[in-house]
Design a protein around this ligand. Structure first.
Ligand SMILES: C[S@@+](CC[C@H](N)C(=O)[O-])C[C@H]1O[C@@H](n2cnc3c(N)ncnc32)[C@H](O)[C@@H]1O
Length: 429
């Protein structure tokens, strides 16, 4: 049974609490909807929000500027907070919407059963509808798979209820990844080895139906609690360095897990999303540009002033000693982190609490303690550190070891622990 977290001395008990959640079910309720790289586990989001609420009992509004699949938003809505999320990846926005939207049993069950009745192998065999195409489609999908996906998509388009339709699109998107010619164990796009590809013959209809049935169960389980939120979570798609469309001076709480580094060298959110987005009708050029638009994705055009973080400066000097170009890339990423902190700060009320869930990175064997760097960058903007707690990450699906020197076989441990950094914003000019 999960531990409860209803205590007065929250700091002391937070530290004696077991944050590892080793055997926890991370796919409860709507958290089952769609895979996504580097998700926060629901239990961390749940207990971190509960902890922050004990430290700030009047809190009513919460922002997640890097919301990804919406783990924090779901847990905030279940705790009756007004939640706002933001993410530049259009797939993340759609997943987060599906995860945070309650749906009544009717229309959910009736419309899904009508869809199920239409999706028969016989109907597929005789179907003659249009088949969408995009560059590289035949590299990533077999012709029979393309036809079956187009058939499923045409039938989803006929679902009358918008929220049921959106849920079905998410099951479709997950199916796209699963039935493609990619290695399913990877978030990046790698094609199956030739001998595996020859034998690859996925049953698109069965995968889609099974996926959608699981999602519908998840929605039914969480809908009563999601309906308790004062307003439905709002999800915006803007650059976290600007947060346009998010109200200023509005938030009591900020809870987020930002990317660990740029998408090219750490987690490739854009690559993960590309095939789904092409099938969901997002223009190819946009679907392929995501990784360049995310944090650290583009070299800054203006040489910025040195960031006010002695920890970062010391690490950059060490990296530059080995590889100047790599040091500039890392600096670009943290310049963006600093711009995101500035944007977030504009959105907070004085007295607001922030919960950053971050892990260290290692570049060229130099450790980049992102918790420390964020604390230092924030202290230059009128924040103080309330707490900093370390947890093990037994569940997260991400590289536990990579090559710090780009020499094959030369591995260094990264990201086996993460920090829950709690900051208070005091307001200021
Ligand atoms: C670690 S993931 C967040 C995961 C999320 N907590 C969850 O549980 O699904 C980081 C997210 O930041 C987003 N991101 C990266 N750079 C961004 C930017 N400049 N503006 C907005 N979102 C960005 C990525 O698309 C990704 O979804």
């Amino acid at each position: 049974m999960e531990q409860t977290f209803t205590v007065r001395d929250s700091s002391f008990l937070a530290h004696s609490f077991d944050w590892d959640f080793r055997d926890a079910d991370t796919k409860e309720g709507t958290h089952v909807i769609h895979s996504y790289p580097a998700m926060m586990i629901p239990q961390v989001a749940r207990h971190l929000i509960a902890w922050l609420r004990q430290l700030h009992p009047e809190a009513q509004t919460l922002l997640d500027p890097f919301c990804g699949a919406g783990t924090v938003l779901v847990e905030a809505a279940r705790q009756r907070l007004e939640a706002w999320g933001n993410d530049l990846n259009p797939l993340a926005v759609r997943i987060a919407r599906a995860r945070t939207t309650p749906i009544d049993d009717d229309p959910l069950l009736s419309q899904l059963s009508a869809l199920d009745n239409r999706l028969t192998p016989l109907a597929l065999a005789t179907w003659e509808g249009p088949i969408p195409t995009f560059p590289g489609q035949d590299f990533w999908f077999k012709p029979t798979v393309v036809r079956a996906l187009a058939f499923v998509a045409a039938n989803i388009g006929e679902i009358a209820h918008a929220n049921v339709r959106n849920l079905a699109w998410m099951a479709f998107s997950e199916t796209v990844r699963w039935v493609s010619n990619t290695r399913n164990s990877e978030f990046k796009l790698y094609r199956l080895a030739p001998h595996k590809l020859a034998a690859w013959n996925p049953d698109v209809l069965a995968v889609f139906r099974e996926t959608l049935a699981r999602y519908a169960e998840g929605v039914r389980a969480f809908s009563p609690e999601l309906r308790q939120a004062p307003i439905a979570p709002r999800i915006v798609s803007s650059d976290a360095c600007e947060l346009s469309g998010v109200p200023d001076g509005y938030f009591d709480l900020m809870v987020t897990s930002p990317p660990y580094g740029d998408s090219r060298t750490t987690v490739a959110y854009g690559q993960f999303s590309r095939l789904s987005l092409e099938w969901l009708g997002v223009p190819s050029t946009e679907a392929r540009a995501i990784d360049r638009r995310l944090l650290g994705g583009k070299a800054s055009s203006t040489p910025a002033n040195a960031l006010p973080s002695p920890t970062l400066q010391a690490a950059l000097a060490e990296i530059a000693h080995q590889d100047g170009r790599r040091a500039r890339e890392v600096e670009t990423f943290y310049q963006d982190v600093d711009r995101a902190i500035a944007a977030i700060t504009r959105k907070l009320k004085p007295g607001a609490l922030c919960g950053w869930v971050v892990a260290n990175r290692t570049v060229k064997r130099v450790v980049l303690p992102t918790d420390q760097i964020i604390a230092e960058l924030s202290s230059a903007r009128h924040y103080t550190v309330v707490d900093n707690l370390v947890r093990n990450i037994p569940n997260k699906r991400m590289p536990l070891a990579n090559s710090p020197s780009n020499v094959v076989g030369d591995t260094g441990a990264t990201m086996t622990k993460e920090h829950l950094l709690i900051l208070r914003y005091h307001g200021g000019p």
